[in-house]
Design a protein around this ligand. Sequence first.
Ligand code: HEC
Length: 160
Amino acid sequence: MAIYKKLFFMFCTGLVVIALSGCGEERPPEQTVQKVDKASEGVKKVEEATEKVSKKVEEAGDPEEGKRTYAVLCTSCHGNTGKGDGPAAAALPVKVTNLTDGKDLNAKSDQFLFRIIKEGGASVGKSALMAPWGGQLKDEEIWNLVSYIRTLAVPPYKPS
Ligand code: HEC
């Protein structure tokens, strides 16, 4: 009886060895290339998504940071509270925009505000006395300013 058991055991082991030897078979190179292509496509998609998200985060801006930059660069004309009544405003031949006027500002897009700050009033057909700040500020800092300006609006700004 024991001999049958031993033979049966050897038979089973043989089957397992045959089955396993199939697994080690190498894939044809084209298949491997396809797999690598697919994987790098996936990586690219993840990279693109990450880029989109970080752009969104940047565009959302940080109003606290924006406030600090505003205090240094913008108050001389736009005033401490944004009403357009800074010490230099009275001497200008153009009315400095009251940034707290929600009725005016809320209708304007973030992109518009970003552009006028970065490229100056002249870039959107307004006075060049609103200077371009793009040479001095990074895009991120400009988005921070936009988000800070949004907090000044009365009535409050509601993003659509
Ligand atoms: C030298 C004075 C001066 C300084 C400094 C200044 N601005 Fe202005 N800004 C103006 C004037 C003048 C206008 C209005 C231009 C017009 O109506 O033709 C204006 C317009 C704007 C507008 C347009 C608002 C609208 O509804 O069209 C924004 C936004 C703005 N400024 C943001 C800023 C920010 C942010 C800073 C600081 C980085 C800044 N400004 C610094 C003078 C200034």
